[in-house]
Design a protein around this ligand. Sequence first.
Ligand SMILES: CCCCCCCCCCCCC/C=C/C(=O)SCCNC(=O)CCNC(=O)[C@H](O)C(C)(C)COP(=O)(O)OP(=O)(O)OC[C@H]1O[C@@H](n2cnc3c(N)ncnc32)[C@H](O)[C@@H]1OP(=O)(O)O
Ligand SMILES: Cc1cc2nc3c(=O)[nH]c(=O)nc-3n(C[C@H](O)[C@H](O)[C@H](O)COP(=O)(O)OP(=O)(O)OC[C@H]3O[C@@H](n4cnc5c(N)ncnc54)[C@H](O)[C@@H]3O)c2cc1C
Length: 674
Amino acid sequence: MSDNKGVRRVNEDLARERANCSFDVREITFLLDGGENNTITRKKIEDFTLTDELLSDKVPDECLSPKEKYENAVRKSCLFGKLVKDKLLEFGGLETFGPNSFVLRRIADAFFKEISPLLLHLGMFVPTILGQCTAEQQSEWLPRALSMQVIGTYAQTELGHGTFIRGLETTATYDPETEEFVLHSPTLSSFKWWAGGLGKTVNHCIVVAQLHTKGQCHGTHPFIVQIRDLETHQPLPGIKVGEIGPKLGFNTADNGFLGFDKYRIPRMNMMMKNAQILKDGTYVKLDRHGKMTYGTMVFIRVMVVNEVAFNLAKAATIAVRYSAVRRQSEKKPGEPEPQILDYVTQQHKLFICIATAHALQLTSDWLWRTFSGVVTDIKHGKTDSLPEFHALSSCLKAISTSDAALLIEQCRHSCGGHGYMMSSNLPLIYSFVTATRTYEGDYTVLLLQTARFLIKAWEQAEAGKPLTPTVSYLTKYFKDGRVPWDSTSEGIVNAAYGVAAGKISACVKSIRNRVKTGLSYEDAWDLTTVQLVAAAEAHCRAVICDVYRSEAVRLTEKSSPNVRAVMRQLTTLYLHYWALERIGDLLRYSAVSEEDVVALQQKYEELLALIRPDAVGLVDAFDIRDEILNSTLGAYDGRVYERLMEEALKSPLNAEPVNRSFHMYLKPLMQGKL
Ligand SMILES: CCCCCCCCCCCCC/C=C/C(=O)SCCNC(=O)CCNC(=O)[C@H](O)C(C)(C)COP(=O)(O)OP(=O)(O)OC[C@H]1O[C@@H](n2cnc3c(N)ncnc32)[C@H](O)[C@@H]1OP(=O)(O)O
Ligand SMILES: Cc1cc2nc3c(=O)[nH]c(=O)nc-3n(C[C@H](O)[C@H](O)[C@H](O)COP(=O)(O)OP(=O)(O)OC[C@H]3O[C@@H](n4cnc5c(N)ncnc54)[C@H](O)[C@@H]3O)c2cc1C
């Protein structure tokens, strides 16, 4: 759809693919954007933000030194920030699109090949002020944060502890004499480690520390802490701060370390929405649920599902367009070389990426709506929906990030050697997304949180108590026995729930059997965790299959027949893919037969063939502009080889015919003079 500006000749294969596409690409773009008006506004914003003047880098970012890369990222962050402040508000800013629109996030990818050092400011510092401060505190901090006088990050993780928040060691001890907290890092392992932007960029941060008052520890709480002088940017006395060094990705995010030497902050810098310290040091707990201070993490887990869906859409766009341009080998002797997209194995690698990008995006939209409901409940003092939502957001964060990272890597594999080039952008997309599997809660740890909820739900079902919506299926599958098999989409979703129920049931049995042998519940749980992670994964998989199928049907109710058909093909492909991936589970927990398995495989292969003519149209429908894709392999015009050569020529090593190392080392070596 979007041919961007200044399009030169489009690769003939790509042009033919587009001519043969069975549907109007714009229709699917509108569906994914949540309506035609959203698409129009997004494109307007993209048109005036993505100008050459702001984006052009003479030397590719990846050829710069770490320091230059960081400085370039700060430069662009400031330009981007100013642009947002000055111009985008004319469009009503983010509100134009509603809270679940990620237009600015999407545009930011054109500015930063890696990541903005200010991501944590907007992504976590500001949301934590909104979620953890009283109204009075918000009125003090929000205007300063939004006008960028105060630039902040979220420093929770320490060298010694990330997952186990209760084990954090940084202390915040209240001193009623001065009405201050004294922040202290008692050990090396208590140093804060990882916070994005902390190394060099921010002047404030949210610090999560163990609160001590009147000789008692009340657990971890968040505090707003100024760490650098606003004028000179020098670290303040009592603060030891720096950058943690090179990483697999995120290299422009200046992730940092931070230690405190009896550093004092005012009492009111404790974020007091969920707990307060009175002037005399009395601790007042306002959080009846007990885990409300974990709220920012839950929010980011929700955002991350959308984040990885978009990044997978980028990778799929690059790989599918490249596969339509690239020709290799021969299918029959003497025949012309086919487009690699015509190999069924290539379709198997790539079409699941398109379907998964849709599945995750629709699931993320649904998750956001569910989250909005939970937030409204909390505003009215109701926290009953929080345990279910914590279980749901935990498993969706874990599975979406893990699936997306694996599939992005698959996109890279599918591009052969050229996929390994930084200029393809696939390595950077992968390095960014693979981190999402770890940060904001590690994969295994979050699935075990979900498993804890599932086991409790199972016990409730046994006791005949009512279940919350996402686990209500357990009542249906409560009795032992195999789930009947039915190869329709609805049947596959039911079977997925049946598998989840079967696995949860097996975990319950396993824990109980272990307890019967005399083990403590904790030990029995620990020995069952491999099964528990698998059960939570199965539950989450069933939820995604269910939401994707029903949301796709709902969204396409008014679509043209061809769009409905191709969207149906994608959902069916997704369901068949996962049924085949989990065939062992289906054989164990459902009545699927050998003939059914053969039929599933056959249908899956038929779907690959049906989707093949529309593959390029489907990735065009993601409507991701070249500036955002940032890829030699994935540009709209398909000029792959020209772009690869153009980028290669920008390498600093090509600036001179002979590098000085020849004279310094190679020549002496050749002449035996080294
Ligand atoms: C313009 C804006 C753009 C935005 C773009 C967004 C993109 C996003 C990019 C942002 C970049 C982010 C960079 C990364 C940042 C970070 O990583 S910050 C640090 C994040 N750290 C973590 O996530 C740590 C993970 N650990 C935990 O969450 C917890 O420690 C734990 C594993 C959940 C365990 O906590 P603990 O206190 O020990 O509890 P338990 O004993 O296990 O459980 C007790 C009960 O509490 C329930 N519970 C736990 N957590 C929650 C929760 N969050 N909400 C509700 N309930 C919770 C748990 O289920 C237990 O319940 P019961 O079983 O009923 O007892
Ligand atoms: C790119 C990036 C950016 C980050 N940004 C920030 C930031 O801005 N602010 C911030 O505060 N933090 C940040 N983090 C830190 C991040 O939140 C933690 O790394 C993450 O929560 C994982 O914790 P950990 O490193 O302690 O891993 P660990 O918990 O040490 O995990 C190591 C292994 O132990 C396993 N494990 C741990 N506990 C259990 C358990 N109970 N049961 C079973 N297995 C277990 C894990 O599954 C994993 O395999 C960032 C991390 C990265 C990679």
